[in-house]
Ligand binder design. Structure first.
Ligand code: FES
Length: 173
């Protein structure tokens, strides 16, 4: 980025006068405007980071609706207790809500993790508990607190992530 004075020095005076007239020449004279920054189009270095890739400090990367998850990251080994027990051990579960993944996870074996929507089929609540093979919606009140089996035969939508070592590939559809 160039400041205004540097810019004016480069273009002053004859060419600029032809285009902008007297008022521009006045701007070319010395003054006390060094603290005024002028952004010259095309002169910036750019700071955009793009999208679709890179390491996410939350332990996953996202591309569209697809996630690549590092199961060794603490967000997946030891989530906040209200979000589950973590996925390190068989029977462990977690809700991805607190890290921006709209899914429930359940480790069903050493080599398999199942995933489900975390949006309640009843009225879209997204907080849950899990016990005895049942996900229970945490919304309180009449007609809430509904329970859904973890066997993918309930109305709780199942996804089919693939597990490669400690990397889980999930597409939410
Ligand atoms: S929103 Fe889940 S049971 Fe009502």
């Amino acid at each position: 980025m160039k400041n205004r004075r540097d810019f004016l020095k480069e273009v002053c005076p004859t060419v600029a006068f032809a285009f902008f007239g007297i008022s521009f020449l006045e701007a070319c004279s010395s003054g006390s405007d060094d603290d005024v920054e002028t952004t010259i189009p095309g002169s910036g270095s750019g700071s955009g980071s793009g999208s679709g890739g890179g390491t996410n400090s939350n332990g996953f990367t996202k591309e569209g609706n697809s996630y690549i998850i590092d199961l060794e990251h603490s967000n997946f080994t030891s989530p906040p207790s209200s979000m589950g027990t973590g996925l390190s051990n068989v029977g462990g579960w977690m809700n991805g809500k607190s890290i921006g993944i709209s899914a429930l996870f359940l480790r069903i074996s050493d080599t398999e993790i199942q995933a489900y929507t975390n949006i309640c089929p009843h009225q879209s609540h997204d907080e849950w508990t899990y016990r005895n093979n049942i996900f229970k919606c945490s919304r309180s009140g009449a007609n809430h607190g509904k329970e859904y089996s973890d066997d993918c035969n309930s109305s709780l939508t199942c996804y089919n992530p693939t597990l490669d070592g400690n990397t889980l590939n999930l597409t939410i559809s």
